[in-house]
Design a protein around this ligand. Structure first.
Ligand code: COA
Length: 277
């Protein structure tokens, strides 16, 4: 197959997955934490297909490199940065490198998360701290370091925090993650008001279980809980990374201009049905 045919094939595959026009995010630059796998990589793929420049943040260099290769067919400009969201100075470097390379920052997706099933009495202080540090403090770090750049976005800066509906309900066996995400909810709503005058929109996406993710694997599949979890899905199936990514695209686009401080639940009705099974 020649290069032109290959490029055409990739473009066709891209357009088949797109539900928005393909220049929806053209010219924007997005930082996506935890962008080298799972939901983060799915968001990067859709944002790339919609014309955004991508900055992928992750801890492991080899996973970031694999992600870059997966994303190349989208045609996006891609920068990968190895960084731990728990390290404030390192998040400052990511934002600085982003602005140097792309001239600004328009969208921040705080997707990096840590979670594992553990009854509360067995959770060590360090286990608690690790999850609070990644999910809550990591979100603080990037929001704080990205503020000046987001304020200068020509489209109005966007922060999208990937949270959980269990932030409101609590989560037996994952009290650490539910508590961290409850903090993220409060942070999202506080910043939506504080930074509204700077045209920065700050929202949460609340995903349900998503296929082919580490979350589904470790929280349900390895515990033989997947079929029980499936029964809790109103729509009868788990989600795809694209389901979350398209919701993020909506919030990041002009369609989200008047939306701030909201929780957008994208979970196939899981939060509602679990009360009935
Ligand atoms: N059950 C109980 N405790 C656990 C655990 C488990 N399954 N996994 C980790 N911990 C504890 C560790 O024992 C350690 O506590 P200790 O020092 O008192 O023993 C503490 O958590 C930190 O673990 P460590 O592996 O050193 O942390 P890390 O910073 O390398 O990794 C985690 C952070 C633990 C959140 C790790 O699971 C991770 O990197 N996750 C990212 C991916 C992910 O969670 N995806 C799913 C998101 S839904």
């Amino acid at each position: 197959m020649d290069l032109n045919t290959q490029a055409e094939g990739a473009a066709n595959a891209n357009s088949a997955r797109l539900v928005f026009r393909d220049d929806l995010l053209a010219g924007r630059t997005a930082i996506i934490t935890g962008g080298s796998s799972g939901i983060g990589l799915g968001i990067a793929e859709v944002f790339g297909m919609l014309g955004a420049n991508l900055v992928l943040v992750g801890r492991k260099v080899d996973k970031l490199e694999d992600a870059r290769q997966i994303l190349e067919p989208t045609g996006a400009q891609i920068m990968t940065v190895s960084s731990d969201v728990r390290d404030y100075d390192s998040t400052q470097d990511v934002v600085q490198q982003t602005v140097e390379r792309f001239g600004g920052l328009d969208i921040l997706v705080n997707n990096a998360a840590g979670n594992f099933h553990c009854p509360f009495e067995a959770l060590t202080p360090n286990g608690w701290r690790a999850v609070i540090d990644i999910d809550l403090n990591g979100t603080f770090n990037f929001c704080h370091t990205a503020f000046q750049a987001l304020k200068r976005s020509a489209w109005g800066g966007r922060i999208i925090n990937i949270s959980l509906s269990q932030a409101a309900s609590g989560w037996p066996g994952s009290a650490h993650a539910a508590s961290a995400k409850a903090g993220v909810t409060a942070l999202t709503r506080s910043l939506a008001v504080e930074w509204g005058p700077h045209a920065i929109r700050v929202n949460n996406i609340l995903p349900g279980p998503i296929e082919n993710t580490e979350g589904l694997r470790r929280l349900y599949e390895v515990r033989n809980e997947a079929s029980k979890e499936l029964e809790r899905m109103a729509l009868g199936h788990f989600g795809q990374t694209d389901d979350i990514a398209q919701a993020c695209a909506y919030l990041a686009s002009p369609a989200g201009n008047f939306i701030t401080g909201c929780d957008l639940t994208v979970d196939g009705g899981r939060w509602l049905k679990r009360g009935w099974v």
